[in-house]
Design a protein around this ligand. Structure first.
Ligand code: KIV
Ligand code: ZN
Length: 385
């Protein structure tokens, strides 16, 4: 019987911390709506104490989203937790996500707190969060570089105070898949009460974010934290589309399901890239421009004879409909608007009409208008909320 893995999306929080990826109020709402269509279980909408604009965006997302839990991040301090609750209380399913570092290096140099003080703070702040909200997640920042005995104590304290999810971040992207696997196994067998969701949050500094996440799933993690296009602090977070499509494509290994509507993946990726103006490398797995392109003659021949010779996933499964409709100078505005929609652009009627005029000029000069041509004539300024 397949296990269901919860997808916790932090594009709007950790992702937004990525240089060049900050989003304004309207952009965050638009992205949250798309994440809801994508089917994520939890949307981490932001860090409400971090700025008045982020507070308002988290509050608006809490009021808008109906089919996903909405989480707000808070350090393990009263002011943060109060502010997070103020913003997310309107959600149908709110979650407070609070965190405190547990590694020696963070406790000594950053927090300047003793291990006992850290345990005491975890107990009191998780209890405060719980007094507001039944759904509380506790993250042990820098968990993967923490002493394992202390990590167990920290999570035992959080669970005793009411945490329903415990999260194990590889905050600096330092660990290997084997190490992350062992950490999850160790926690599962040493926690006093392991009957909570066990979550992982892997950064990608050494390029192992996705591999580490998959190893944690194999060790029994029930929730994974990730971002669209893998955006996030420094080298980013585990990429949502890569984790999900690994589970989807290698069911024989993982035997896990998610609630993700995979056909919405491409559109979500494009929308984020349009909003932020941050492009996607052509070789990026799943959503890069070359991910389903076959250049070599031998490959083209193989794919034409039988797709599975060189394709392990169907582009349609992630919402790429190649050659579905050929656009040219005879095409109408409706077909053009439909293609824009498929490509993930959200434009006003007026912008569609303007873009359509530019399209007609290009179409008079070119026989075949490709998606790349359309993307070029739309540019990144076209998003209209
Ligand atoms: O990377 C990290 O440790 C975090 C925590 C706040 C979960 O983003
Ligand atoms: Zn992080």
């Amino acid at each position: 019987m397949s296990r269901k893995i919860k997808i916790f999306d932090t594009t709007l929080r950790d992702g937004e911390q990525s240089p060049g990826c900050s989003m304004n109020f309207n952009e965050k709402i638009e992205m949250a709506r798309q994440l809801e269509r994508l089917g994520v279980d939890i949307i981490e909408a932001g860090f409400p104490i971090s700025s008045p604009d982020d507070f308002e965006a988290v509050k608006a997302i809490a009021k808008t989203v109906k089919n996903a839990t909405v989480a707000g991040l808070a350090r393990a301090v009263k002011g943060d937790i109060d502010r997070a609750w103020e913003a997310i209380q309107y959600a149908q399913s709110p979650r407070i996500h609070t965190f405190l570092a547990t590694s020696d290096i963070h406790m000594k140099y950053k927090l300047k707190m003793s291990p006992d003080e850290v345990l005491e703070r975890i107990s009191s702040m998780v209890a405060l969060a719980k007094s507001y909200c039944p759904d509380v997640e506790f993250s042990a920042e820098d968990a993967s570089r923490s002493d394992m005995n202390f990590l167990v104590k920290a999570f035992d304290a959080a669970i005793a105070a009411g945490a329903t999810t415990i999260n194990i971040p590889d905050t600096v992207g330092y660990s290997t898949p084997n190490e992350m696997f062992e950490i999850i196994r160790y926690l599962k067998s040493h926690l006093k009460n392991p009957q909570v969701d066990i979550s992982v949050h892997n950064h990608n500094d050494l390029g192992l974010g996705v591999a580490n996440t998959l190893a944690c799933i194999q060790a029994g993690a029930t929730q994974v934290e990730c971002t669209v296009n893998g955006i996030g602090e420094r080298a980013g977070n585990a990429s949502l589309e890569e984790v999900v499509m690994n589970l989807h494509t290698r069911k024989d290994i993982y035997d896990c399901t998610t609630s993700i509507v995979t056909k919405q993946i491409y559109r979500t990726s494009k929308l984020l890239s349009t909003i932020t103006g941050v492009g996607i490398a052509p070789t990026k797995p799943i959503v890069g421009a070359n991910a389903f392109a076959h250049e070599a003659g031998i490959h083209q021949h193989g794919v034409l004879a039988q797709r599975s010779t060189y394709e392990i996933m169907a582009p349609e499964d992630i919402g790429i409909y190649q050659n579905k409709m050929v656009l040219g100078k005879h095409s109408g505005k409706h077909a053009f608007a439909e293609r824009l929609n498929e490509l993930g652009y959200i434009l006003s009627e007026e912008d569609i009409a303007n873009a359509f005029e530019r399209f007609k000029v290009v179409a008079d000069q070119k026989k075949n208008i490709t998606d790349k041509d359309i993307e070029a004539l739309i540019g990144s300024s076209a998003l209209e909320i």
